[in-house]
Design a protein around this ligand. Structure first.
Ligand code: GRG
Length: 282
């Protein structure tokens, strides 16, 4: 997996270096290259590999997804949202630069992610399907809607079902969409099943996030811990407790494994990927 991460990083550097010079470009490079785990590119590439597809032709889709993810983190950290000082172990974009530059860097990453895909040499029908699927997941069809609901429930009581729906959109959409797009490329009839597995993985990932917020350290996590309690935020841990949350994560991973065995692909590659996510410490 390290080789794949290096390839993604090299291509991201190439893409970012092509932009017109200035503070916005510097801020984009700063945040994208700040040391993220590249989980979403890995989910995309490893799923393609599991279907024996050469991923190099599609590397730019992995980069575009990571650019959207980084934009969401830059904006999520802004004073008007979570107002965080630390991200990926470094000062947040608006702390390192300034608020206006951080807003523009996020906007530019979202816009340019689309250009990255538009410029690819792909079959036109596939390109349109990829664009439609990706920007539905990152927009009001998924992540932005989830962020809106997350903000609403900062001042309203939330049930477990409502919290699960927030996670589905806010975190799950951008974790499931790499798997869905890999399915559209490799085997169209599997795309919805892969998306479903991705949503379960996304929920497990977000519950882990809630758990790490109370069990980890700022040093390990690369961002402030204890922020959910400080912000009086309802989380899986606050609603069902730490132990039950941990159990739920394990159950979801088991379900993902079982679902993967229903598909005809290289199961070992998918399991390797799920284990990396399951064992994550940051
Ligand atoms: C501002 C439009 C907008 C959306 C923000 C995803 C999101 C929506 C906010 C992030 C809030 C957050 C920390 C959610 C927890 C799950 C999550 C997305 C964690 C960060 O993803 P990782 O762990 O990060 O993959 P790295 O840094 O490794 O890429």
């Amino acid at each position: 997996m390290n080789k794949i991460i290096e390839e993604v990083n090299e291509r991201l550097k190439e893409i970012l270096s092509s932009y017109r010079p200035g503070l916005v470009k510097e801020a984009m490079i700063y945040s994208v290259m700040a040391g993220g785990k590249r989980l979403r590119p890995l989910l995309f590439i490893q799923t393609l590999r599991a279907y024996s597809i050469d991923y190099h032709e599609y590397l730019d889709i992995a980069c575009a997804i990571e650019m959207i993810h980084t934009y969401s983190l830059i904006h999520d950290d802004l004073p008007g949202m979570d107002n965080d000082d630390l991200r990926r172990g470094k000062p947040t974009c608006h702390k390192q630069f300034d608020e206006a530059t951080a807003i523009l860097a996020g906007d530019a990453l979202l816009n340019e992610s689309m250009n990255v895909i538009i410029r690819m040499n792909l079959d036109d029908a596939l390109k349109v399907e990829v664009l439609r699927t990706l920007y539905n997941a990152s927009g009001l069809g998924g992540m932005i809607y989830g962020q809106q609901q997350d903000m609403y429930f900062e001042t309203h009581t939330v049930t477990l079902d409502e919290l699960q729906a927030i996670h589905h959109d806010k975190t799950g959409a951008l974790i499931s969409v790499p798997m869905k797009i890999a399915g559209l490329i490799a085997k169209k009839e599997d795309a919805d099943k892969l998306e479903n597995i991705g949503f379960k993985l996304g929920l497990a990932f977000q519950i882990q996030d809630d758990i790490l917020d109370v069990t980890s350290t700022t040093e390990t996590l690369g961002k402030k811990v204890g922020s959910d309690i400080e912000n009086h935020k309802s989380t899986y841990v606050s609603l069902i407790g730490l132990e039950t949350s941990q159990k739920r994560v394990e159950e979801l991973f088991e379900e993902c494994l079982a679902d993967v065995y229903d598909l005809q692909l290289n199961h070992g590659l998918m399991i390797e990927l799920f284990q990396i996510i399951m064992k994550r410490v940051n």
